[in-house]
Design a protein around this ligand. Structure first.
Ligand SMILES: Nc1ncnc2c1ncn2[C@@H]1O[C@H](COP(=O)(O)OP(=O)(O)OP(=O)(O)O)[C@@H](O)[C@H]1O
Ligand SMILES: [Mg+2]
Length: 243
């Protein structure tokens, strides 16, 4: 097993006017390649801050983040952007899709901006089929259900084959039925492609889909657990995946 993501004594202090907000207070974490990790904790404990630091979207006040062995916190902006493009896919609670583009158009745009790919659409069609969206690829976001929009957002995160997927409450805007579909697909993908997933969630049931759950409080990890028997996904078998 190798480590895909490591944080070492990560500290993040935001300055708001004259106030210091200590969002992370020395957080060390290791995530194995192929692991599905869930992060839980009360609102304001620093979960999103941690995820943004891990993805190089923020620079920590102190400490290090290593992605696939490379310290992104010591890199130039250009280098960090390069690591992010090649290795990381983001999924957010608000799907952040471009409203004027179709499902396929949103993926094309991601390929064009972040991609290394050939641009011949092969991978694009593969991920759309993987997430059972073939019949929806010409739909614009407003012509899709919430669950379908989130699946497009996940497809977009996957289209460049990142080793690491960072998801901030991916089911936060979904009802329980769509949450189950999205979570089953994420776990299925994780197991079949060995892509690592770090997922923030407020929902204890969603966290059960992970291999490991860490609990945060006040900018620290306070405990971790392994779900005993993760639920078996039904009817969400995914095919034709390669990592
Ligand atoms: N850009 C910012 N400027 C100032 N303070 C911030 C900023 N972003 C977050 N914070 C503060 O840092 C702390 C951690 O915020 P963070 O968003 O990481 O929490 P969270 O665990 O993701 O919460 P939630 O579950 O509500 O999403 C909070 O006190 C928050 O108010
Ligand atoms: Mg958050």
């Amino acid at each position: 097993m190798s480590t895909i993501l490591q944080t070492i004594d990560l500290r993040m202090t935001y300055h708001v006017g004259k106030m210091d907000v200590h969002a992370l207070r020395g957080l060390s974490l290791e995530v194995e390649r192929g692991e599905f990790l869930a992060i839980m904790g009360p609102s304001g404990c620093g979960k999103s801050t941690l995820l943004h630091l891990c993805g190089g979207l923020l620079t920590p006040t102190e400490g290090k983040v290593l992605v696939d062995g490379e310290e992104i916190t010591a890199s130039s902006d250009a280098r960090r952007t390069d690591v992010r493009r090649r290795k990381i896919g983001f999924v957010f609670q608000k799907f952040n899709l471009f409203p004027t583009l179709t499902a396929e158009g949103n993926l094309k745009l991601a390929e064009r901006i972040f991609g290394k790919g050939s641009g011949n659409g092969e991978r694009r069609r593969e991920v759309l089929s993987l997430l059972k969206l073939e019949s929806k690829m010409r739909h614009k976001p407003l012509e899709l259900s919430g669950g379908e929009q989130q699946r497009v957002a996940i497809a977009r995160a996957l289209v460049n084959e990142p080793a690491l997927i960072l998801a901030d409450e991916p089911t936060g805007n979904l009802d329980s039925e769509n949450s189950e579909i999205v979570l089953s697909m994420l776990r299925d993908l994780n197991k079949k492609t060995n892509q690592t997933i770090v997922m923030i969630t407020h929902n204890p049931e969603a966290a059960q889909y992970a291999d490991r759950i860490i609990h945060m409080r006040d900018g620290h990890v306070v405990s971790e657990e392994r779900p005993v028997a993760p639920p078996v996904p039904e009817g969400t078998e995914l095919e034709g995946v390669h990592s």
